[in-house]
Structures are given as structure tokens and as C-alpha cells.
Design a protein. Structure first.
Length: 277
């Protein structure tokens, strides 16, 4: 039934637009899945105009990673996996589920930042696909830090909702930094122009913030102890933000590599916070 005075063609057009919006949302989600999650994607889609909207689904990808991370850890504990092997798996799983993408960004940023070269040379190093000594050294220490913190946290007991929230919080803050801060000139996120691109960024940022509140709110609701879990989430968000701002100042803008750099630091902070709490 249609309201009096409301032409049927307008309702049909509204339905068509709504279907189109839903298809765009699905496209953005599957783009995020294909780019940021190393699991078989149900639908391989790509739309260059949706690259900013894709970032709006980073917390959802983080939730998938976090839930799988927690479930696998519970499973390994349940089957009686040796302590140090479980510690290794806690450190390894989040990297593996993201296809080591963020760890690659971490290494690229370390190479560029630690070179202590002028800004333009740092940006050239950031784009260079070769792996330098600073990247290898930083990777070795970061992996060791993840393992030691994971082993120590496991020894004291892990609240598994924390594992679900850590990837959500890190990706939400990293995504907001990419969406709301000036990108590096060579970044794919610097290619959009015009008010429509700005609107897409703002909508994606609102989506990220909403998911952060909903997912972490649910995680805190199910946490065994609210305050320690809240501190874990706060530590992840704070360190991710600081790492992103620091790298942006060093490299002259935001990029996907810097987002990965900040995510790696943020998730280490989350594991460390579980240890001390």
C-alpha cells in the first residue's frame, strides 16, 4: 500500500537506491576482507571509488581476527598444548590472520624512520620494496617482544574477551588516522578528490567509531573483570594513536604502511597490558 499523494515510482526508486546502498556496503566489506584478512574471501570485489569506504570495515575485520584468535587459544589450552607453543601461537596467530600485511608495513616504516634521512629520502625508502637492515632488526625485536609478553600473559591468565577486543581497537584507531589525517602523496588514499570523497571519508570514520563502541562495549560486558579489560583496550588505543602520529610526523603524512606500523605497536601494548593487569 502507498500513502495518498505519494507516487509509486518514488517508492520504487527509493527501494532501488536502498538496494544500491546495500550492494556498496557489501562491496566495501568484501574489499576489506580481501585486503586485510588472510582467509578465503566469499566474494572477490573491487571498486576503486570505495577504497575509503573499505576502511570503514576495519573494526569488523578486527573482530573476525580477534574471535578466531581467542577461539584458537582456548582450543590449544583445552587440548593441552605445551606452554611455550601456546605462547608462540598467541604471538603468531594475529600476524598470520592478517597475512603479515601489517607486519610488512611495520618493517617498511622502521626502515624509513630509522634511516634518519631527509623527508623525501624517507618517503622513497618507504616505497622501496627491498628489505633493509633496520627492518630486519626491528622485526626480530618485535617478534621477540610479542612472544615474551604472550608467554608472561598466559602464565598469569588471559581474559579471552581481551583477545577479541585488541584487534578491533587497534584497527579502529589506525583506520580513523588514515581517514582523518593528511595522507602521504604516494598513498592510494591521497588519490581521491572532491566533496564526494570527503563525505565518504566522514561516513567511513563514523562507521569505524560506531563499530569500536559496539564491539568493545560488548567485549567489556562479557569480560571477567571490567577495569583491567578497559585498561587493555585503552592501552591499545593510546599506543596505536601515538605510533600513528609519530610515524606521520616522521614521514610527512598517513599511509597504509603507517597504519600497519601503528597496529603492530598497539597490539603489542594490548598483550603487555594483559600481562601487567
Amino acid at each position: 500500500m502507498y500513502a495518498a499523494g505519494w507516487p509509486r515510482w518514488r517508492t520504487d526508486l527509493s527501494d532501488h537506491i536502498n538496494r544500491g546502498d546495500w550492494m556498496k556496503l557489501l562491496t566495501g566489506f568484501f574489499m576489506a576482507w580481501g585486503n586485510f584478512l588472510a582467509l578465503p574471501c566469499p566474494a572477490k570485489k573491487w571498486d576503486g571509488d570505495m577504497k575509503n569506504a573499505m576502511l570503514g570495515f576495519l573494526p569488523a575485520i578486527g573482530l573476525i581476527i580477534g574471535v578466531l584468535w581467542a577461539v584458537l587459544c582456548v582450543f590449544f589450552v583445552w587440548i593441552g598444548t605445551p606452554f611455550f607453543l601456546i605462547s608462540f601461537l598467541i604471538a603468531f596467530v594475529p600476524f598470520a590472520l592478517s597475512g603479515f600485511l601489517h607486519l610488512d608495513g611495520f618493517m617498511d616504516c622502521c626502515d624509513a624512520i630509522m634511516s634518519r634521512r631527509p623527508l623525501q629520502e624517507k618517503q622513497q625508502i618507504l616505497k622501496d620494496s627491498h628489505c633493509g637492515a633496520f627492518a630486519v632488526i626491528s622485526l626480530a625485536f618485535m617478534v621477540l617482544a610479542y612472544f615474551v609478553c604472550a608467554a608472561s600473559a598466559l602464565n598469569g591468565g588471559i581474559d579471552f574477551p581481551d583477545l577479541c577486543m585488541i584487534p578491533v581497537a587497534s584497527r579502529a584507531v589506525a583506520g580513523l588516522n588514515v581517514l582523518l589525517r593528511k595522507p602521504i602523496g604516494h598513498s592510494q588514499y591521497a588519490q581521491g578528490k572532491g566533496s564526494s570523497d570527503d563525505r565518504q571519508k566522514k561516513r567511513a570514520a563514523l562507521a569505524v567509531a560506531a563499530q569500536l563502541v559496539v564491539f568493545c562495549g560488548a567485549g567489556l560486558f562479557f569480560a571477567n573483570d571490567l577495569l583491567p579489560s578497559a585498561i587493555v583496550v585503552g592501552a591499545v588505543m593510546a599506543v596505536t594513536y601515538v605510533a600513528a602520529v609519530y610515524a606521520k610526523r616522521q614521514l610527512g603524512g598517513m599511509s597504509g604502511d603507517i597504519a600497519g606500523y601503528s597496529i603492530v605497536w598497539g597490539e603489542l601494548a594490548g598483550i603487555f597490558a594483559m600481562l601487567v593487569m
